[in-house]
Design a protein around this ligand. Structure first.
Ligand code: ADP
Length: 380
C-alpha cells in the first residue's frame, strides 16, 4: 500500500498547472527531511511556549534511546555528561532568550547502551510563517570519531613535545656554558657562532613549549605552576636578553618598576616572548618596538607596540582563535602556525587577566595584556 507521503509526492509533478503553492512547499519540506535523514543527523524542535519537545528517531538513538520510545527534553539533558550539562543548558537558554545561534560540542552517555558519544549541536530560534509561534530547533550529529582523532593528535603532539623538551634544555645549558667559556677566551668567532646557536635553540624551545601548551589547552588542561614573583624583573630580564640578540629592530624599552604578581612564571614569560617575537615578525626591519608596563588600579598592564603591517578591523576579533592567521599580501611570505596568540589568550584567561590589541592596517599594532596584582590574584 502506498503511504500518504508517497501519495502526495506522486501527485505533485514540477510546474504542473494547478499545482498549489502549499503542495509545492510540502514537497520541498519532504525533500529537506530526506536530505536530513541521508546525512544521518538528528533533529529536534522545542516549542517556546508549550515546552513540547519533538526529537527525531536519529536524535533518540544518539542519546541511547530506542527509536520508538518517548524522550523528553529533561531526558535529553540527563544523558549529557556532567562536565558539559550546565554549559549546554545555559547555551540553550541564551539562544532562546536572546534569539542567538546555538553551537556546541559535548559528550553524552547513551541511556540504554551506555555508549559514550561526542555530539555536535547546531540550532536557533525559528518562527512559523506568520511569526506568531517561536520554537527552538536544530540538528545534532555524531562526531565521536572526529573527536577521538583530535584527542589522539593532541596526545601525540603533547608526547613528542614533552620528549623534545628535555634534550633541548640540556643543549641550551651546554651552549650557555660554552658561550661563557668563549667569552673568557675572547674567541670572537666562537662568541658570534654560539650566540646564534643559542638564539635558534631558544626559538625551537619556544615552539616546543607552544606545542606542549597547545595539547594541554585542547584537552582543557593547561597546568599552572603559580608562584609569587616580580613581573617587572621578569620583563626586564627578557628584554635585556632579547635586546642583545636583536639587531634587526630598534627596541625602546622602559624598565619596569617592581610589580608583585602570583602566576606561572614560565607561561607569562612565554606570553611576553610571543608578543615580542610577533612584533619583530610582522614589522619591517629598522622600525621601533616599544615595550612598557604600568600599574593601573589593582592590575598590571603590559604593552608591546610595533610599527608594522597592522591588522584589519575584520581580523581583530578572530586573532586569538586557534589556528587563525591573517591572509593577505603582507603575510603571504611569513610562516607560522596560528597558535601563538591563541595560547597567549588561554594562558592569560587562566590567570583571570585580559588580552587585547589596538591596531590599524598599515599603521602598526599594540598588543596588551593585564593581570591582577599578587594581593588580588590570591583571591582568584
Ligand atoms: P602566527 O604568527 O604563527 O601566524 P599567531 O597566533 O602568533 O600565529 O598570530 C596570529 C596572526 O595574527 C598572525 O598570522 C598575524 O596575521 C597576526 N599578528 C600577530 N601579531 C601581529 C602583529 N604584531 N602585527 C600584525 N599582525 C599580527
Amino acid at each position: 500500500m502506498q503511504s500518504e507521503k508517497e501519495n502526495v509526492r506522486d501527485n505533485i509533478p514540477d510546474n504542473e498547472p494547478g499545482h498549489t503553492a502549499e503542495l509545492r512547499r510540502y514537497r520541498i519540506l519532504e525533500l529537506s527531511l530526506l536530505a536530513v535523514e541521508a546525512a544521518n543527523v538528528g533533529t529536534w524542535l522545542l516549542d517556546e511556549e508549550t515546552k513540547e519537545f519533538l526529537p527525531s528517531k536519529r536524535l533518540k538513538e544518539l542519546f541511547g534511546y530506542h527509536a520508538d520510545e518517548n524522550m523528553s527534553y529533561e531526558g535529553l539533558i540527563a544523558q549529557i555528561d556532567l562536565k558539559y550539562r550546565n554549559k549546554v543548558i545555559a547555551g540553550i537558554e541564551n539562544a532562546m532568550v536572546n534569539r542567538e545561534h546555538f553551537h556546541m560540542d559535548f559528550r553524552v552517555t547513551g541511556l540504554h547502551d551506555q555508549k559514550q558519544r561526542w555530539v555536535k549541536a547546531l540550532g536557533g530560534m525559528y518562527s512559523d510563517s506568520e511569526r506568531k509561534q517561536f520554537h527552538f530547533s536544530g540538528v545534532m550529529m555524531d562526531i565521536t570519531e572526529e573527536k577521538q582523532n583530535e584527542l589522539r593528535k593532541n596526545k601525540f603532539i603533547g608526547m613528542v613535545s614533552h620528549e623534545l623538551k628535555t634534550p633541548l634544555t640540556s643543549l641550551k645549558a651546554y651552549v650557555q656554558m660554552l658561550y661563557a667559556w668563549a667569552k673568557k677566551q675572547k674567541d670572537s668567532f666562537a662568541i658570534t657562532s654560539l650566540s646564534k646557536v643559542e638564539r635558534q635553540v631558544k626559538k625551537m624551545q619556544n615552539m616546543i613549549n607552544g606545542f606542549l601548551n597547545l595539547s594541554q589547552a585542547e584537552s582543557g588542561k593547561i597546568q599552572l605552576d603559580k608562584q609569587d614573583f616580580d613581573l617587572g624583573e621578569l620583563i626586564n630580564d627578557v628584554m635585556n636578553e632579547t635586546k642583545l640578540i636583536t639587531t634587526s629592530h630598534t627596541i625602546n624599552f622602559l624598565p619596569c618598576e617592581p610589580i608583585a604578581i602570583h602566576a606561572d612564571k614560565e607561561k607569562i614569560e612565554q606570553v611576553v616572548i610571543n608578543l615580542f617575537n610577533n612584533a619583530i615578525k610582522y614589522s619591517p626591519k629598522q622600525t621601533v618596538i616599544t615595550v612598557s608596563c604600568e600599574t593601573i588600579d589593582n592590575k598590571v598592564q603590559v604593552c608591546v607596540k610595533d610599527e608594522g603591517i597592522g591588522i584589519d578591523e575584520q581580523d581583530i576579533d578572530k586573532l586569538f582563535k586557534r589556528y587563525y592567521r591573517v591572509e593577505n599580501k603582507h603575510t603571504e611570505n611569513i610562516t607560522g602556525f596560528g597558535i601563538g596568540l591563541y595560547l597567549c589568550a588561554e594562558i592569560i584567561k587562566r590567570h583571570h587577566g585580559s588580552i587585547w590589541v589596538e591596531s590599524e592596517l598599515g599603521k602598526g599594532s599594540a598588543f596588551y595584556f593585564s593581570l591582577p596584582l599578587a594581593k588580588n590574584a590570591e583571591a582568584n
